[in-house]
Write a protein that binds this ligand. Structure first.
Ligand SMILES: *Cc1c(COP(=O)(O)O)cnc(C)c1O
Length: 420
């Protein structure tokens, strides 16, 4: 357990990190190996991301324990498409959600069955749709325009394309970091025109499986998730009834968040699970056979990952200490605050080789080597006094880390990734 003590009684602190330990030398352990040893395996080459497989497994086990057993769990690999991670996760989940042809290939090559892969995302090209039909993956249709190329590919390969329809709901997930549904959106098809689309689909050479409704991401508020799930079921049941169709599948999205910032409290997963268990009894009256799917990226993978870079320079500027590292926003845009944060806040950061109780701390800015003031890993944080060569570790980095970062910016080396 890593705990973040208050430096002053009125400042919020980061939530404790239950999965990580420190050895007698004060070195952080990841998957039982010290951060220094992992770096040595790479010939002391940093920065790197390390993902702890035990943490991934624990998160999936926690989901399975909390959610009703009939819920199918999918992993949305855009959160972390590293092949070793996908190969590790695939056997523990019931399906993989992909958002591009490349992700689809990654999923297929790393153990996912095509019929358990769903391909979501706006702006799928004809070539991507052709590839998906040929591969036998389920296509989550986001626009009427996608239907013609899907049907054409089905004829070409003498197969019936498997499709679901993504609905842009008439509600949103309140308190979520990113809103993905409700109002005018590029995602999905507006709920109002779903009945029309379904009539057209009925005449087409495709197998319609069901609906997908994803209303938001990174929500820590169980009540808001429960509310969105209730509305999701209500909308899906109403639209299915109106159109006289049977849903083989209903993907109710996910949106479960993890605590990143000071003052964030972890999501109460048991509340979500208890509500869903009760709700399913009611849902089964209308949807007795429907496979209910939840798709999660962040909740499965975020907490398993750390980003590790080293201090290259220690500078003083007009009373402030700057630790300049070889890592930064080119590898970890999220931690820099430039990936969907309105007001920049610090991820949990430590000095990974100085985790000794009672060590002197100092107020520092941890920045990267890029020529932009946006390249910040920690802004005015109290950290153990660090020296050149020390290891800066950013936690909660398993999701939307390297994959969501502008790795070509300034042409520094790309961070390595390792599953430990
Ligand atoms: C991004 C995305 C997810 C995963 O969201 P997380 O916040 O990582 O759980 C799931 N479904 C869809 C459609 C997405 O676009």
């Amino acid at each position: 357990m890593i705990e973040f003590g208050p430096v002053s009684s009125n400042l919020p602190v980061h939530a404790p990190l239950p999965y990580f330990q420190v050895n007698a030398d004060g070195h952080l352990l990841i998957g039982g190996q010290s951060v220094v040893d992992i770096a040595r395996r790479f010939g002391d080459d940093t920065p790197f991301y390390a993902y702890d497989r035990q943490v991934i497994q624990d998160r999936i086990a926690a989901l399975r324990a909390a959610l009703p057993s009939e819920i199918h769990l999918h992993y949305a690999i855009k959160a972390n498409p590293m092949p070793d991670v996908v190969r590790f996760v695939a056997p523990f989940v019931d399906g993989i959600d992909v958002a591009s042809a490349k992700e689809m290939v990654t999923a297929i090559e790393n153990g996912a069955e095509p019929q358990h892969i769903s391909f979501t995302g706006p702006g799928k090209t004809d070539a991507e749709l052709d590839h998906a039909v040929r591969s036998g993956v389920v296509i989550n249709v986001e626009s009427e325009r996608e239907l013609a190329p899907i049907v054409a590919a089905g004829q070409k390969y003498k197969t019936r394309p498997q499709i679901t329809v993504r609905i842009n709901p008439d509600f949103e997930l309140k308190g979520s970091g990113m809103r993905m549904g409700g109002g005018a959106k590029q995602f999905g098809i507006d709920a109002e025109i779903i009945p029309d689309i379904l009539q057209k689909i009925k005449t087409m050479e495709v197998d319609f499986l069901g609906f997908h409704i994803f209303s938001g991401s990174n929500c820590l508020n169980a009540a808001a998730i429960i509310d969105a799930q209730d509305k999701t079921f209500e909308l899906a049941i109403r639209l299915a009834k109106e159109s006289g169709i049977t849903l083989k599948t209903l993907n109710i999205g996910g949106g479960l968040g993890v605590p990143y910032f000071p003052g964030d409290t972890p999501l109460d997963l048991s509340k979500v699970g208890e509500h869903l268990t009760r709700k399913m009894v009611e849902v089964r009256r209308d949807l007795p056979e429907t496979e209910i799917i939840m798709e999660l990226g962040r909740y499965i993978i975020a907490e398993s990952g750390v980003y590790v870079c080293r201090v290259i320079d220690r500078k003083f500027s007009r009373g402030h200490i700057f630790l300049i590292t070889n890592g930064g926003l080119h590898h970890h845009l999220s931690a820099s605050g430039n990936f969907g944060q309105l007001i920049r806040k610090n991820f949990p950061v430590i000095i990974g080789n100085r985790m000794i109780e009672g060590r002197e701390t100092e107020l520092v800015n941890v920045v990267g080597p890029l020529c932009t003031p946006l390249d910040i890993l920690a802004d005015k944080m109290h950290l153990p006094k660090a020296e050149i060569g020390d290891y800066v570790v950013v936690f909660q980095s398993g999701a939307y880390g390297l994959t969501a970062s502008p790795i070509h910016f300034l042409s520094h080396p790309v961070a390595r990734e390792v599953l430990v």
